[in-house]
Design a protein around this ligand. Structure first.
Ligand SMILES: [Zn+2]
Length: 401
């Protein structure tokens, strides 16, 4: 019997039965230390059931809990030469990047995705703290620029989830340049009259806080998130005073007017959808969208307004074309915006001249109509205004579906 239990039984067990590693099943809450079952955590969107602590999320986990039906697609981001300064501190920069890629499965510290929140198409950029502390180098700066470009191109709101220790030191001045670059990207979204929302997550510090992270039309924070520029210890040593309790935490910043609201992760999606409903114009019924065609101002090509899901791609392209055309007009010194009645999102009142530009666009449509075709009835062959109208009408259908 002893020969059986000592020698043979272990061998049989090792052949047939694999024990599941407990490391993959459980993890500890980083705040209260409670053991949390991973399946439960996923259901709870990585909020500790014991103390309510919001654990840090990888971009995929964030997207899964944020977009309608978990449906989203990643945007392609440009690649960069890895180590332009041939940086080496205690380790080589290229080695650090390689390890971060292996650990996270992501090429860089920001991931951008497109999907719907509350039925509305949004561009969402998420910083990944697990990738070299989410630090902002050239790739992160470029990711935000790409996100802003895409938001403007499809006229969608931009939502950013920062999480960073600051600038990527290994890229030196090249990382600091990303601060003005990202601010300009935000400005681009603002000038297009589109909402820009920021959800500050734990931790948001350094150059990220000093650039795009604090510029939201509404600055939201997750409960307990550490948000600041310099670290608390540095501040304490500099001013030689004890810091108040809860210093640099989301709730403290809310009390002191630095953030607009602190929202629990479970309520975040609904709150974002509500804010976007307030910030964007309500979507009109299809009859209203077709109304300008009857009036002869900007005739919509037949069938475009009723573009179904099969025509999404085409509709998107048309919107892009129309917006590019407007950008060219803007470069010529006379920036025009489409008639505000056609937009989902109102132009910001602060932008002088934006509102009257709508009238210009309508006038342009009037001029174009007789040239290209009859004012009523038949669809015109081309012309900037009808294209824009068709694209937008289809875009609305796109969002509804
Ligand atoms: Zn906990």
């Amino acid at each position: 019997m002893s020969w059986w239990t000592r020698s043979v039984l272990p061998k049989i067990r090792s052949l047939g039965i694999k024990r599941e590693s407990t490391e993959n099943l459980w993890q500890k809450c980083t705040s209260c230390g409670a053991l949390l079952y991973n399946n439960d955590l996923e259901e709870q969107q990585y909020v500790c059931g014991n103390c309510g602590h919001h654990l840090r999320l990888a971009p995929q986990q964030r997207f899964a809990g944020l977009f309608d039906d978990g449906g989203w697609r990643k945007l392609d981001l440009p690649a960069f030469s890895e180590d332009p300064l041939r940086w080496r501190d205690t380790r080589r920069y290229v080695d650090r990047i390689r390890d971060a890629r292996n650990n996270t499965g992501e090429p860089e510290a920001m991931v951008v995705a497109e999907g719907r929140i509350g039925g509305r198409t949004c561009i969402v950029a998420v910083q990944n703290f697990a990738f070299m502390a989410g630090s902002m180098g050239r790739a992160v700066g470029q990711a935000l620029l790409t996100a802003a470009d895409r938001a403007v191109a499809i006229r969608a709101p931009l939502i950013v989830f920062p999480a960073a220790g600051g600038a990527r030191m290994q890229e030196s001045i090249l990382s600091l340049i990303q601060m003005p670059r990202t601010v300009l990207a935000v400005q681009q979204v603002r000038e297009a009259g589109l909402p820009y929302l920021v959800v500050l997550t734990d931790p948001t510090t350094g150059g990220v806080t000093a650039s795009f992270a604090m510029l939201g039309d509404v600055n939201i924070a997750e409960p307990g998130a550490l948000i600041g520029f310099a670290g608390a210890r540095v501040i304490q040593q500099t001013i030689r005073e004890d810091l108040p309790e809860g210093f640099q935490r989301a709730e403290f910043l809310l009390d002191h007017g630095m953030v607009d609201m602190v929202v629990h992760r479970h309520a975040l999606k609904e709150r974002l959808a509500l804010l976007l409903d307030h910030l964007c114009q309500p979507e009109r019924p299809a009859e209203d969208a077709a109304a300008p065609a009857k009036a002869g101002k900007a005739p919509a090509p037949k069938g475009k307004a009723a573009a179904g899901p099969g025509k999404k791609e085409k509709a998107g392209l048309q919107t892009v074309e129309a917006d590019e055309a407007m950008t060219v007009v803007g470069l010529a010194g006379e920036r025009k915006q489409p008639a505000d009645a056609e937009l989902d999102i109102p132009a910001l009142p602060a932008e002088g001249g934006a509102a009257p530009a709508g009238a210009d666009a309508a006038a342009g449509a009037k001029k174009a109509a007789p040239k290209d075709g009859p004012a009523e009835g038949g669809p015109p062959e081309g012309g900037e205004a009808p294209k824009a109208n068709g694209g937008r009408a289809a875009g609305k259908e796109d969002r509804k579906g």
